[in-house]
Design a protein around this ligand. Structure first.
Ligand code: HEC
Length: 195
């Protein structure tokens, strides 16, 4: 065998070996790597909260303070900004129709909108849990039509004066003495535990 042919053979072998070692690695994440659903929920929650806090402080409160535009419930027809709760609701509805199988919504302990009250036993227990232990989410597996879904409820606190100002003054609010940092309800996140 000439030196060139030996080199060519070695090169072919190296390429074949590297293809062989790349191929399983490409499949590896779904086949071998696992991530806890609690961690996935934490990731999603971090993104939802970051967007919400930014929207509340740097869009709604800043523009209201500067007299540019206000936020109100009837924002579609009044040419105002959506309320922070509506921002989350609208984005949750958009996310649900992308087909990504992720759901999230705001639920309240003393809801202004009765649709945001706890609707299931899991949500009732979850709201009670985050009211007494706001530092940790309430999590569990909920079965719907025989399919398992992971759900997590995170405490939703009144982090700014605007939250309690509006909720305390709202005519449909069942509670009017919220204080800053109180838990108003929860952010519920849900996704399937199977592909
Ligand atoms: C300008 C008024 C206003 C402000 C500011 C406001 N909210 Fe609300 N919030 C509402 C209204 C109105 C609803 C009901 C929206 C709907 O129809 O789903 C609501 C809904 C909610 C809900 C769901 C339960 C319920 O009451 O229906 C939570 C939890 C909540 N808000 C928390 C907050 C927090 C935390 C803040 C501050 C970041 C905040 N809100 C700021 C008016 C306000």
């Amino acid at each position: 065998m000439t030196r060139t042919r030996v080199l060519a053979c070695m090169l072919a072998l190296t390429v074949a070996l590297s293809i062989a070692s790349v191929a399983p690695a490409e499949n590896a994440p779904s086949a071998t790597m696992k991530i806890a659903p609690e961690t996935v929920a934490d990731y999603v929650h971090a993104v939802i909260e970051a967007d919400r806090v930014f929207y509340t402080l740097h869009v709604v409160e800043r523009l209201q303070r500067d007299g540019v535009v206000t936020a109100s419930e009837n924002w579609r027809i009044a040419k105002t900004l959506p309320l922070p709760a509506q921002f989350l609701k609208e984005s949750g509805e958009l996310a649900a129709i992308t087909g990504a199988k992720i759901q999230y919504r705001l639920i309240g302990l003393w809801p202004i909108n009765p649709q945001n009250a706890a609707a299931t036993e899991f949500e009732k227990k979850g709201l009670e849990s985050v009211r007494t232990h706001p530092e940790r989410p309430y999590t569990g597996v909920v079965t719907v039509d025989g399919h398992p879904y992971f759900h997590a409820i995170y405490a939703d606190r009144a982090f700014s004066q605007a939250c309690i100002g509006c909720h305390n003054a709202h005519p449909r609010s069942p509670k009017q003495d919220f204080r800053i940092n109180d838990v108003l309800g929860g952010v519920e996140i849900g996704f399937p535990l199977e592909p």
